[in-house]
Design a protein around this ligand. Structure first.
Ligand code: NI
Length: 171
């Protein structure tokens, strides 16, 4: 397995719309395993392929407390969303050190293929519901900061660009 580089906002590649995975083959399984390793190393609860610059519909997540329940969702689709909405604080591995409140469906049902290529359906609520909606957004080219006000988003963009410039200088 290998750790992958995570794109950082405002990298324009984060706005690429992912295409469906055609075959759940060895390449896709290796990508899923590398994404899980990358996600655990970064202490995230979810990671979409978009964030590692692969523009195919694949995401990984683990919202378990013990961090021992890895999930691989290939070609995920929301099949049901609760009318009830909930506001929760979110962060993103592509937007390091920023957290803000986002309103999403309180629970959702998702259909996807697993790492073995077999279809399954998942009912997610709480953190898992937040996470899966956040990651599916990534596959549509949407980053959670786009739910925030233009003012907040610009502030985040400016700070992250400054940080990236500083890191480049240090290299
Ligand atoms: Ni994210």
């Amino acid at each position: 397995m290998a750790r992958l580089t995570i794109l950082r906002y405002p990298d324009p590649r984060l706005h690429t719309i992912a295409r469906p995975v055609a075959d759940v083959d060895e390449r896709i399984r290796r990508l899923a395993d590398d994404m899980l390793e990358t996600m655990y190393a970064a202490e995230g609860v979810g990671l979409a392929a978009t964030q590692v610059d692969v523009h195919e519909r694949l995401l990984v997540m683990d919202t378990s407390e013990a961090r021992d329940h890895p999930l691989v969702l290939i070609n995920p689709e929301l099949t049901w969303c609760s009318e009830e909405m909930r506001v929760a604080e979110e962060g993103c591995l592509s937007v390091p050190a920023f957290y803000d409140k986002v309103e999403r469906h309180a629970s959702v049902k998702v259909r996807a293929l697993g790492r073995d290529g077999e279809p399954f359906e998942m009912h997610a609520e709480g953190l898992a519901a937040v996470c899966v909606q956040h990651e599916i957004d990534h596959l549509r080219g949407k980053v959670f900061v786009e739910y925030l006000s233009a003012l907040k988003r610009d502030r985040i963009r400016t700070k992250l660009l400054k940080k990236a410039r500083e890191e480049q200088r240090d290299d």
